[in-house]
Design a protein around this ligand. Structure first.
Ligand code: ADP
Length: 185
């Protein structure tokens, strides 16, 4: 399954909780990139500037990473993808990857939260963590990019009948409970 939502919607948190709940692995492209930056790998050095400016990492880099991860043995029984696909080229790439691995998408869970609440949450996170992309200008840029590039792909999943909307407002526990209910739909 996929989790799609704007920055600050809590998709990383919910993806992790759902993966424990379902007993399947979670692949988060943002987490992988941040880890590579922390570790100072070649990939980390390549993506750092894109992360810091709130821009998307080039598709060629992201697609190759996802292709490699999704072919791993531990994902055979399914997985949650958090943060990918993020534009229509990545949607096509994912289709091609899944055609090879033999997986089928069961669900695209979309978390919705209004913009004011998103900015409020990201500012709170900025005060607590040291994510280099959590400054107000860059947050607004990530949000704009989300509406421009990522939000439009949800209509494709709506058409194919796998899109489920979950209200992402409220507490982590409330959103998790709503997400679990959504899984049964
Ligand atoms: P958020 O949704 O809060 O922006 P993520 O952890 O999902 O947080 O992503 C952080 C950053 O990682 C993005 O701003 C982007 O630079 C990069 N990134 C993550 N996923 C992708 C992707 N699928 N394609 C391109 N860049 C990505």
């Amino acid at each position: 399954m996929l989790i799609i939502g704007p920055p600050g919607s809590g998709k990383g948190t919910q993806a992790e909780r759902l993966s424990r709940h379902l007993g399947i692995s979670c692949v988060s492209t943002g987490e992988i990139f941040r880890e590579q930056v922390r570790l100072g790998t070649a990939l980390g050095r390549e993506v750092m500037a894109h992360l810091d400016s709130g821009d998307l990492v080039p598709d060629s880099v992201t697609n190759e990473l996802v292709r490699e991860r999704l072919n791993r043995e531990d994902l055979r029984n399914g997985f949650i993808l958090d943060g990918y696909p993020r534009n229509s080229a990545q949607v096509s790439e994912l289709e091609a990857i899944l055609a090879v691995t033999g997986h089928r998408l069961d669900m695209a869970l979309q978390l919705t939260v209004d913009d004011e609440e998103l900015i409020r949450r990201m500012l709170m996170r900025a005060a607590l963590t040291r994510r280099s992309d959590d400054t107000e200008d860059i947050m607004r840029h990530r949000l704009a990019l989300y509406y421009q590039e990522t939000h439009p792909i949800t209509s494709l999943y709506l058409q194919s009948g796998i899109l489920v909307n979950v209200d992402g407002s409220g507490t982590e526990d409330q959103v998790f409970e709503r997400s679990v209910v959504a899984l049964t739909k």
